[in-house]
Ligand binder design. Structure first.
Ligand code: JD8
Length: 255
């Protein structure tokens, strides 16, 4: 096994099965996910699929039954890897297959999965994985979006990152997670920092005013205006109060 961390007692245990363990581990060598792993809040283990082959050449792929281009990943190494995870790391609450034909992975899925104690992420390559892995091993199939990637590693890392941020203590400032776009259901307000004037463009004066209530009102209005302009679809499910609705009505009346 190729393991990057094994921390019993961590709040969320994630196992990633891949033929590119170094690529996966490189992604959390730095940043807040890496820090959470090192501090024991997250227990992430990366497993090299080839370690679960039984032949001399550690072959993980074969020609597709019925012919056609490319290669298909053999089922046995995936079954052996999940058996081994079950024995050594406990029974997972979910086994996620990253696949372009899965349901769209959303913030809702991140919230749901991050609340589980143990999630396994299976990464395919080539033309995909023998369908019996989907039928018998996966508890769900998820895709990160409508574009073609060359394998499931980047999707698994996207899912890990989104889940990890939701585990208490991973992001230093809990308020920042609570304010995130898809927690709130609307887009973020624009951010500014020093210098107050840069290449002829000034930061909004209200942000330098020190009037906290006014700043909060301005930000809420900017966030609602941006959401109305760019992602009106989000408003249907957003958490809005009466003042938000009044702001939106006024913005809609302007054009
Ligand atoms: C897993 C193999 C590549 C898939 C031929 C080349 C997710 N949103 C997403 N886009 N792509 C993937 C994804 C792609 C994958 C694998 C995920 C395993 N490939 C294959 C079938 C058609 N290509 C993904 N999640």
């Amino acid at each position: 096994m190729t393991e990057s961390s094994s921390r019993p007692g961590a709040r969320l245990r994630i196992d990633i099965v891949t033929i590119f363990p170094e690529m996966v581990k490189a992604a959390f060598a730095e940043g807040i996910v890496g820090r959470a792993i090192n501090s024991g809040i997250l227990d992430v283990a990366v497993h090299d699929l080839r370690d679960f082959t039984t032949d001399r050449h550690r072959v993980v792929d074969d020609v597709p039954f019925g012919g056609g281009p490319g290669m298909v990943m053999k089922p046995e190494p995936f079954f052996a890897a999940v058996d081994s995870i079950r024995e050594r790391r406990g029974r997972p609450s979910a086994v996620v297959l990253t696949t372009p034909d899965g349901a769209r992975f959303t913030h809702r899925d991140a919230v749901r999965l991050s609340a589980l104690s143990h999630v396994v992420l299976l990464c395919g390559r080539y033309e995909g994985i023998d369908d019996r892995v989907r039928q018998q091993l996966a508890t769900e199939e998820l895709s990160i979006g409508d574009y073609v990637l060359s394998g499931g590693e980047l999707p698994a890392l996207v899912m890990l990152d989104a889940m990890a941020r939701l585990v208490p203590g991973v992001v230093g400032d809990e308020a920042s997670v609570a304010h995130d776009t898809f927690t709130q259901g609307i887009l973020d307000y624009p951010q500014f920092t020093r210098p107050a004037s840069f290449r002829g463009a000034d930061a909004p004066a209200v942000l330098l005013s020190g009037h906290h209530a006014e700043i909060a009102r301005w930000r809420r209005r900017e966030a609602l205006a941006r959401t109305l302009e760019r992602r009106p679809d989000l408003l249907a499910d957003a958490e809005l109060d009466d003042e938000d609705r009044a702001i939106l009505d006024a913005l809609r009346a302007r054009d």
